[in-house]
Design a protein around this ligand. Structure first.
Ligand code: NAI
Length: 464
């Protein structure tokens, strides 16, 4: 008989849950983690962030080999796509990552339970798996980290083949001739880019008059132009009414437009929390109208001993936000002080070039009546970016008009997702734009664009 009594039961082994489980075991707790999938890592590792990044890297290499190396004086013969090998690369990346977590769980002596976890009254979780009697675990504390699932539109009926979600779109067995992407958020733009680079015609349908809602408008507009030049067709202000499988393909109907025929449809219109079938009613937790669980600053729900983090609570649905919350929550349980600074959670879209942001957008500052200064610097004026032949985009820093404290940083450009880390740390330390401007940045690096943007906040960039 395996042990069934724990200090902490974590339901869900995504980035929020598995990180919380590891941290809790480091803090001396006896931890169990219930996960219904064979592989640990959740949506992010299995079918989300990690496989999509593997495909983004691979498809960018294909695109470079095909059309991008001539300018570096590198001549290549005919370039061919080996899609099965590319998909195998992605699968291997996923396998290596999920296996890594297996190892970390073993190291931390975290008891792993395979099955669907459900609250069964205070301090109890049942684990249900097909063909096995349900098992009941007990613990002083329970952490709900069950993440989210893809949101669907009422008249878009996925068949898991022609009409599907990102899970299907990271594994199409052949390059679609025409892929219709519904929703111009991170998922739509990233996976749209992958298949466009591999040769598909890609049409992105977006209800709003802009792409990437929530991101800085100026940066999003510049990104849209670049992505359109790469071949993505954007139809903004387009509300999708329905999508149906017809013959071998699909027909997508939009308000006030001709129906669009295509051979694949990717639905990427957001995600909804996984709070159904969790037994919340057994303890008296009522999710809000959007299925989210309310928590206090220690991630405690309304029921003592039950906590929730990540995509099931309000806030941005990002893996690293869930990780921060998971660590802060279990540190609190261990009597330590955990905190999450929601003003300094970065957001990255891994298109080419990448788009990254942290803190307030210009629109938010305007609508809140906060006086700000703006510094901006283009990658075009940076030696390293020129050497890389990646000169599109800019870094924009928004600082308080009086105190110079950094309020937001927005990047469109090469390796934006890595460059944003400097801005995050600066904001965590309450830095001013002048602090970045006075810090030495190695030459020649892309990071110099950050320094120049900071200098530009006071109109003293050197290279423009
Ligand atoms: P999203 O919420 O970012 O974007 C969905 C888009 O669909 C919105 O622009 C919305 O206006 C549009 N839309 C909704 N209904 C529509 C309709 N009927 N017709 C046309 N357009 C419609 O959602 P997405 O891209 O599915 O991502 C889900 C979550 O996963 C987000 O929270 C995102 O931040 C996260 N994510 C993050 C990634 C990253 O950090 N790189 C990568 C992938 C996902």
């Amino acid at each position: 008989m395996s042990e069934t009594t724990f200090d902490l039961i974590v339901i869900g082994a995504g980035p929020g849950g598995y990180v919380a489980a590891i941290r809790a075991s480091q803090l001396g707790m006896k931890v169990a983690c219930v996960e219904k999938e064979d592989a640990l890592g959740g949506t992010c590792l299995r079918v989300g962030c990690i496989p999509s990044k593997a495909l983004l890297e691979a498809s960018e290499h294909f695109h470079m080999a095909k059309d991008g190396l001539g300018r570096f004086g590198v001549k290549v013969g005919s370039v061919e796509l080996d899609l099965p090998a590319m998909l195998a690369h992605k699968d291997n990346v996923v396998k290596a990552n999920t296996k890594g977590i297996d190892g970390l769980f073993k190291k931390g002596k975290i008891a792993r339970f395979l099955g669907h976890g459900r609250l069964a009254g205070n301090g109890k979780v049942t684990v249900e798996s097909a063909g096995k009697a349900a098992e009941t675990l007990t613990a002083k504390n329970i952490l709900i980290a069950t993440g989210s699932k893809v949101a669907m539109l009422p008249d878009v009926k996925p068949d898991g083949k022609v009409i599907g979600t990102s899970t299907e779109a990271i594994a199409y067995p052949e390059v679609p001739k025409h892929l219709v992407v519904i929703g111009a958020g991170a998922i739509g733009l990233e996976l749209g880019s992958v298949w466009s680079r591999l040769g598909a015609k890609v049409t992105v349908l977006e209800y709003l008059p802009r792409i990437l809602p929530g991101m800085d408008t100026e940066i999003a507009a510049e990104a849209q132009k670049i992505l359109a030049k790469q071949g993505l067709e954007f139809r903004l202000g387009t509300r999708v009414k329905s999508a149906k499988v017809v013959g071998d393909g699909a027909v997508v109907e939009c308000e006030g437009q001709e129906p669009i025929q295509c051979d694949r449809v990717l639905v990427s219109v957001g995600r909804v929390p996984n709070t159904e079938n969790l037994g919340l009613e057994s303890v008296g937790i009522k999710p809000d109208g959007r299925g989210r669980i309310s928590v206090d600053e220690k991630f405690a729900t309304s029921v003592p001993g039950i906590y929730a983090i990540g995509d099931v609570i309000p806030g941005v649905m990002l893996a690293h936000k869930a990780e921060e919350e998971g660590m802060a929550c279990v540190e609190g349980l261990a009597g330590k002080y955990g905190h999450v600074n929601y003003n300094a959670i970065p957001n990255v879209v891994y298109t080419h070039p990448e788009i990254a942001s942290v803190g307030r957008t210009e629109e938010e500052l305007k609508s809140d009546g906060i006086a700000y200064k703006k510094g901006s610097f283009p990658f075009m004026a940076n030696g390293r970016a020129r050497a890389l032949a990646q000169i599109d985009g800019r870094i924009k820093i928004l600082a308080d008009a009086k105190t110079d404290r950094i309020l937001g940083v927005h990047i469109l450009g090469p390796r934006a997702g890595d460059l944003i880390a400097e801005a995050v740390v600066a904001m965590e330390f309450g830095a001013s734009a002048e602090d970045i401007a006075r810090s030495s940045h190695a030459h020649p690096t892309l990071a110099e664009v950050m320094k120049e943007a900071a200098l530009n906040v006071d109109g003293r960039s050197i290279h423009i």
